[in-house]
Design a protein around this ligand. Structure first.
Ligand SMILES: N[C@@H](CCC(=O)N[C@@H](CS)C(=O)NCC(=O)O)C(=O)O
Length: 201
């Protein structure tokens, strides 16, 4: 049985979305963020982070690695595309999301939600909002030429990038300068598999 450890109120949401999108049978163990460093969880993921996947003994951590593994092992084209060239673009956009976008969104979330008010840094928040503009323009320009990231079909690349950008929803941050990317994000998040996450622990 596939097991996914991590509450849907965390980055585990992106792997739950992948499991749902693939229509897999799995057990969800909704480990809270505060319990990610419990002795049992550290045995599975020595970083003490969620999500962690256990696919019948194959343990994988790092949310993007989990999603790419699930898509490659259980997905079919177009969701997991057929060619190495398309795989290159799946990796490109997934790593881009993790490295060029997510850190700025995390800075914004920390300074608007997670840190105690006295530790919040308005300048760091504003710098992160500014820093997001360049990668968002890259995505916006790219999506002017195709419905989804790799072309006409929703793929794991869309799921990975949309799940990262969905962090912005938590602080009601919208992207008025990137209307095409915003419309694409809403289209991705309205998929039934993504909507299911709202009813998960
Ligand atoms: N790069 C990792 C980050 C995982 C991560 O930091 N998860 C947070 C929850 S969103 C966590 O487990 N925090 C618990 C802790 O740091 O103690 C991934 O994408 O899987």
């Amino acid at each position: 049985m596939i097991k996914l450890y991590g509450t849907a109120m965390s980055r585990s949401a992106r792997s739950l979305w992948a499991l749902e999108e693939l229509g897999l049978k799995y057990e969800h163990i909704p480990v809270e963020v505060a319990k990610a460093k419990s002795p049992e969880m550290l045995k599975l993921n020595p970083n003490g982070h969620i999500p962690t996947l256990d696919d019948n003994g194959v343990v994988v951590w790092e949310s993007m690695a989990v999603n790419l593994y699930l898509a490659e092992k259980y997905g079919k084209a177009p969701f997991w595309p057929a060619t190495p060239e398309q795989h290159a673009h799946v990796y490109q956009w997934s790593f881009w999301g993790m490295l060029e976008v997510e850190p700025h969104l995390v800075t914004i979330l920390r300074n608007r939600v997670f840190l105690p008010p006295e530790q919040r840094d308005a300048k760091a928040d504003q710098a992160a909002v500014e820093a997001l503009k360049a990668p968002l323009k890259v995505l916006d320009d790219h999506l002017k030429h195709s419905s989804f990231i790799l072309g006409n079909d929703f793929t794991i690349a869309d799921l990975n990038v949309a799940s990262i950008l969905s962090l912005a929803m938590m602080v009601k941050l919208d992207f008025p300068a990137a209307p095409t990317a915003s419309a694409w994000l809403q289209k991705c998040l309205s998929r039934p598999a993504s909507q299911k996450l709202h009813n998960m622990k």
